[in-house]
Design a binder for this molecule. Sequence first.
Ligand SMILES: Nc1ncnc2c1ncn2[C@@H]1O[C@H](COP(=O)(O)OP(=O)(O)O)[C@@H](O)[C@H]1O
Ligand SMILES: [Mg+2]
Length: 544
Amino acid sequence: MNDLQLGVVVDGTFNGGLTVRLHPGTSTEGLRIGSFVVVEGQRNRYFSLISDMQLNATDPRLLTNPLQDASPFVVQALAGTGTYATVQVRPMLMLEKPDESDPKALLQSQSGPQPVKTIPMHLATLREATELDLATVFGAEGGTNFAMGTPLTMDIPICLKLDRFVERSNGIFGQSGTGKSFLARLAISGVIKTKAAVNLIFDMHDEYSFDKQTEDGTWVKGLRDIFGPQVLVYSLDEQMGRRPGRNVDVTLKIGLNQIEEADVVLLTEELNLRQTAETTIGLLRDTYHEEWLIKLLEMTPEELEDFCRKSGAHAGAAGSLQRNLKRLQRQAYIVREANFSALDDMVESLDRGKHVILLFGRHNDVLDYLLVANLVTRRVRERYEDKMRHYEETKDIADKPRPLMITIEEAHKFLNPNVARQTTFGAIAREMRKYNVTLLVIDQRPSGIDPEVMSQLGTRISGKLTEERDIEAVLTGVSNRSALRGALETLDTRQEILMMGHAVPMPISLRTRPYDETFYRAMSTTLPMGKGSEITARDLFGDG
Ligand SMILES: Nc1ncnc2c1ncn2[C@@H]1O[C@H](COP(=O)(O)OP(=O)(O)O)[C@@H](O)[C@H]1O
Ligand SMILES: [Mg+2]
């Protein structure tokens, strides 16, 4: 018997998956839920996941009257006759096997793995996957194939197809400490390195730009440290740039005149606004247009009273709105008036292929984050909309805006069902890259995100989740949920992920690629190390 063989198919349905009886020599302890295995049918090879395991006994007396302290010899004698184990296997993709007697067919069979349309017959063999199987399904490193980790029980790089990744909005999930921010830095590095898209990153916790200490006390590099001037750093905090080794390119100021109704509504909770706030703001806008906020904040009590009388606003409501909004005025990065030139320059830099990180520094309250990220993103989207319209007129490929990926941590704050309809982020997530803009949402509580948004996410990468509703949320709109649920639940709490969706041919559990010196080196060389021979510059950098 081939030592890769694990067992044979004894039962199964197309919808429910296959039951495989393990060979007596195969222990369930050597297998893992969610691991990638192969079923050899007669005409097809089925790339599959292990979704469950079960122990069985042929003789029910063994269960009613178990042998206590059975000697190893007895256990061994029973194995495969009296006792046996089965695993549930879920085929995900299949590959038609070439008819080896016919050399012509061998040449033609290059279509690659397809969605499963059949199941194998009884006694088809289940075996461990080989390096070749993984390469057949996931492709080799190079071009826009970017290694994200290795399978849990093997040492072979598994790639994310970054060209497909940037076609849709994506999500990175997992409870706190599972490695979400590290994963995001890995994926974004890949996008920068392969030029698959440009990035705008809202760096609330100061972890994407410059070096940062990990939970183990070591220091890891930021994206600016790795990619140098390809990455521009914008900061809300003037003091940020004064620290040694940290070069901030632009200090950003936000004008009261730039703040819109929707920005304030998003801050309802943070600013303790009453339900009446929206109505009052509406009335203010009707009267003062863009200047509504400045006017409101600068009104004397008499002027406010006068405004209420004329507009019909409730005096109590207007007074309380004024008091609450004064908090905005006190933020150090807020000025009375600002124009959009800094943000418009930023969009031009993005369109020239630069990446932008917006640092919050000391202004890392949820209030600052929500306000600034939403406002900046609105402007970016408007400019992208203009660019796209221009491109549609000229039809000149040089006018087509570069794909832009916007990264937000704590995504549920912008995308929960109460606000997702009003935030720019909600609009971007729903409109499926109409303007060549997509999101990378990072969250530890995916159940807090609007299900409509979740269902739009093309690729999902998740670390361990334990809350039932978070697991449900991550698997929204994914087929084979029951098989994947087990894979999610059995991940380690750190550096293990399940990767699924648009940018991978089938779901797979991985040990995350280490973000370390080796990684930085791989990012700073122009050609991928090792297997780079067959990769051309065009593969790496695209046509643009
Ligand atoms: N790919 C990785 N390479 C090296 N260390 C990692 C990696 N992923 C996670 N870690 C370790 O796990 C810790 C938590 O990761 P982090 O990304 O900050 O978690 P999260 O954002 O999910 O809370 C890090 O401080 C680091 O020590
Ligand atoms: Mg984090």
